[in-house]
Design a protein around this ligand. Structure first.
Ligand SMILES: [Zn+2]
Length: 281
C-alpha cells in the first residue's frame, strides 16, 4: 500500500514537471526587429532567442556552434526569408518565413536585383500581415495562453497603426522627392509615399561602384532631396562622398533597432531622424 502511494506521488510529480516543461516553448528569431515583436507578444511565457545580434550585419552573418544549438532546440524559428536568412536555416522544418505571408504583389524589387527583403520596415506590413502570422504560430505552440497573446498583439498593432498615421502626415506630401540610402532598407516605407530611393548599394548587399555613386549625386542634385541616410551597421564611405558632394549632412537611420526596447521605438527614432533631415533641407 505504502509503495503504491509513493509510486502515485512520484508519478504526479513527474507529470507536474512534464507540464511545466511543455509550457515554456523556445522560439528562435533571426533578426532583432522580429525579436522585439515576439518578446512584446509572449512576455515571460516563452523563451526567446535572438540569432543575429543587433550591430551585426545580417547580410554577412554566419552562425556559431552556440547559435546552431539554440536553433535546433527551438520549437519554432521565426525568420524573414526573401533571401535574407534562409542560408543558415535550411534543413529545419519548423521555420516561419514571414516573407511568405506578405502577398507577392506587394513585394517589389530594387532595380532588377530581385525582391527587396526589408518587409519589417513598414508599420503597415507589420500590422496587416506579419504580426498576425507571428501570433497564429505562437498560439499553435501554446493554446492555453491564446487570449494573452492576441491581446498583446492587438496593442502592438494599434501602436504601429498610430505611428503609420504620423508617417502619413510627415511624408504624404513628398511624392516624387528623393532619399539617398546606403542600403535599400526603408524601401517599403518610402515606397508608400511615392518617394524615390537612391541606394548606394546597387541592390541587396552589392557594393557601390564609382560610376553608380556619380549617378546618385547627379540625380539627387536635380531633385527634391529629403535626406541622406546610413544604417549604423554599414560602411559609411560611399555615403560620406555623396554627402560631401551634395553639401548635405547624413543621418543615422537604423533598420535593426540596435538600442530599441520595442518595435515602436525603432519607428519613433526613424520618424525623428527623417523629420530632422527634412528640417535641414
Ligand atoms: Zn538588407
Amino acid at each position: 500500500m505504502k509503495g503504491k502511494v509513493a509510486n502515485f506521488i512520484s508519478l504526479m510529480l513527474f507529470l507536474l514537471a512534464l507540464s511545466r516543461l511543455s509550457f515554456a516553448s523556445t522560439i528562435a528569431v533571426s533578426i532583432n526587429p522580429y525579436y522585439l515583436m515576439v518578446k512584446e507578444i509572449v512576455g515571460e511565457k516563452a523563451e526567446v532567442f535572438l540569432i543575429i545580434k543587433p550591430g551585426v550585419d545580417p547580410h554577412s552573418f554566419s552562425p556559431t556552434v552556440k547559435d546552431v544549438k539554440a536553433i535546433s532546440r527551438a520549437d519554432l524559428i521565426i525568420a524573414n526569408g526573401l533571401g535574407l536568412d534562409e542560408f543558415y536555416l535550411r534543413g529545419y522544418k519548423n521555420v516561419l518565413y514571414l516573407g511568405e505571408k506578405v502577398p507577392s504583389e506587394i513585394l517589389e524589387g530594387e532595380d532588377h536585383h530581385g525582391v527587396n527583403p526589408h518587409i519589417w520596415l513598414s508599420p503597415d506590413l507589420l500590422a496587416r500581415y506579419i504580426i498576425p502570422s507571428i501570433v497564429e504560430e505562437i498560439t499553435k505552440l501554446d493554446r492555453a495562453n491564446d487570449s494573452f497573446y492576441k491581446e498583446r498583439a492587438e496593442r502592438l498593432i494599434n501602436s504601429l497603426k498610430d505611428i503609420s498615421k504620423r508617417f502619413d502626415e510627415l511624408l504624404q506630401s513628398r511624392r516624387n522627392s528623393m532619399v539617398v540610402l546606403d542600403h535599400p532598407s526603408y524601401f517599403y516605407l518610402f515606397k508608400k509615399y511615392g518617394i524615390k530611393i537612391l541606394s548606394a548599394e546597387e541592390g541587396h548587399g552589392k557594393q557601390p561602384t564609382i560610376s553608380h555613386i556619380k549617378k546618385i549625386i547627379e540625380e539627387a542634385q536635380k531633385s527634391n532631396l529629403i535626406g541622406i541616410f546610413v544604417g549604423p551597421q554599414f560602411n559609411k564611405s560611399a555615403i560620406e562622398v555623396i554627402s560631401r558632394e551634395l553639401k548635405r549632412s547624413y543621418h543615422i537611420l537604423d533598420p535593426i533597432g540596435i538600442e530599441a526596447k520595442g518595435i515602436t521605438e525603432l519607428f519613433e527614432k526613424a520618424y525623428r531622424t527623417i523629420s530632422e533631415a527634412l528640417d535641414e533641407g
